[in-house]
Ligand binder design. Structure first.
Ligand SMILES: Cc1cc2nc3c(=O)[nH]c(=O)nc-3n(C[C@H](O)[C@H](O)[C@H](O)COP(=O)(O)OP(=O)(O)OC[C@H]3O[C@@H](n4cnc5c(N)ncnc54)[C@H](O)[C@@H]3O)c2cc1C
Length: 418
């Protein structure tokens, strides 16, 4: 089958790879000059099934109010008269119940665990490397209250047989010796030994190269303007380089997905949640992280990527703005210099921002739509790289008429009642 994949972020590229592996003739279209240039460019580097959880949960609205008042705030909100934003926020609030949290976390863990296994198989089969490490993640707590609050998450980890370790301060330092000088700031941690780390951009670019070698065509510098439909199916995609046609279409445009779907009568609840990262060379090895540390207080991930440190976090609601704001940089700098002083020169780090394509229930949208030959693979939010290989594989199985390895019906857009 001839398939057009719209978007060459990590989700579009993994989709293209697994579709090509299934024997389809695949073309990927993107407005950028190369793969992975937008949100997949400099994320926090975690492949973290154990840490996958929706942001909407019980008590989150109150926590958000508290976060807004912090000096180094993990959450920033610029109210805008955008009806899509307010509708999305209402849907997010509706997901802040215990029942919704458990359901959504269960879906995310199922997909993320599967995705990590698919990624391992990809590594074994192809030898792909991307500054990857398989040394788990460690969530560190600075207060007893934070440590006491993990029982709900542990219950879900147990339900899905995800290995975990609850550590005291000494245990945290054994896992991450670079934390030694921050010993007195920590009360303990939750370690997820099955999690992995790596550079999502290197992964995306390398996999795109491998896909090209396997016959996938990449059409870059091409803006997608409109998806044309007729008679219940897509008949082509209007681009800056003319009309492109195929038998089936996969939309993987990250935060920009809803705008192209709205004219088709498909209302996808995805909103951009802006995040920031810093990347700096390691200056002192003994003080550097060996894997990913999640600083629970500031909701920041600090990751080892080869000879660099990546510090990523912040949830900012600011529409599609990509403005680099200095206070956000200060929060990232504070977290890394507080936990790993001397590991890098944070003030000289490369500063970046990207838009997480967030759904109100935290789960991506994967699968068929009301149009016969249009499929979605988008809305991966906070953990798009973690879920990318599994999402691409599940979608390729659906399109190829094969039964995916995991339950998938509750991942498609029909869960929103459309
Ligand atoms: C600060 C931060 C930290 C993060 N940390 C992690 C992490 O540690 N682990 C993890 O798993 N995830 C993390 N994420 C999330 C992850 O990066 C995203 O979920 C993922 O990159 C989304 O991939 P995507 O392919 O859906 O979107 P994108 O990478 O944004 O790809 C979409 C593509 O569509 C193209 N496009 C859009 N509109 C058009 C158009 N009209 N015409 C042509 N092309 C178009 C874009 O050019 C882009 O290439 C983080 C995100 C941020 C911002």
């Amino acid at each position: 089958m001839k398939i057009l994949v719209l978007g060459s972020g990590v989700v579009g590229v993994t989709s293209a790879w697994y579709l090509a592996q299934a024997g389809h003739e695949v073309t990927v279209v993107d407005r950028q000059p190369a793969a992975g240039m937008e949100t997949s460019f400099a994320n926090a580097g975690q492949v973290s099934p154990g840490y996958s959880a929706p942001w909407a949960g019980p008590g989150v609205p109150v926590k958000c109010a508290h976060w807004l008042l912090m000096k180094y705030r993990p959450f920033v909100f610029w109210p805008m008269p955008d009806p899509h934003l307010w509708r999305w926020l209402v849907q997010m609030l509706e997901n802040c119940t215990s029942a919704a949290y458990d359901r959504n976390k269960g879906r995310m863990v199922r997909l993320a665990e599967y995705s990590r296994d698919v990624m391992c198989a990809l590594r074994d089969e192809t030898g792909i490397s991307y500054d990857d490490r398989q040394r788990g993640t460690l969530q560190v707590f600075r207060t007893q209250k934070q440590l006491d609050a993990i029982s709900g998450d542990i219950a879900v980890l147990r339900r899905y047989n995800v290995p975990y370790e609850v550590l005291d301060t000494a245990g945290c330092i054994r896992a991450e010796p670079g934390l030694e000088s921050a010993r007195h700031k920590l009360v303990g941690g939750l370690r997820l030994p099955g999690d992995e780390t790596g550079d999502a951009f290197k992964f995306t670019q390398t996999l795109a190269g491998m896909a090209q070698a396997a016959g996938v065509t990449f059409q870059y510098d091409t803006s997608i303007r409109r998806v044309r439909a007729d008679g219940g199916r897509v008949i082509g995609v209007e681009t800056s380089r003319g009309l492109l046609t195929a038998d089936s279409y996969v939309l993987a445009l990250g935060s920009y997905s809803p705008a192209l779907l709205r004219p088709l009568g498909i209302h996808l609840p995805v909103y951009p949640i802006k995040g920031y990262s810093l990347t700096a060379p390691i200056t002192q090895e003994s003080n550097a992280p060996v894997s990913t540390i999640m600083d629970e207080t500031f909701k920041i991930g600090i990751t080892r990527l080869g000879d660099r440190v990546r510090v990523g976090g912040t949830a900012e609601i600011a529409g599609f703005s990509l403005r680099l704001r200095k206070p956000r940089r200060e929060t990232l700098e504070h977290s890394v210099t507080d936990l790993f002083p001397g590991s890098c020169v944070a003030s000289e780090a490369q500063f970046w921002t990207g838009l997480r394509p967030m759904t109100p229930d935290g789960t991506p949208v994967i699968g068929r739509t009301g149009l016969e030959n249009l499929y979605l693979n988008t809305g991966h939010g906070t953990l798009g790289w973690t879920m990318a290989c599994g999402s691409g594989r599940v979608l390729a199985d659906i399109i190829s008429g094969r039964k995916p390895d995991i339950a998938h019906e509750d991942l498609n857009i029909f869960r929103y009642g459309m």
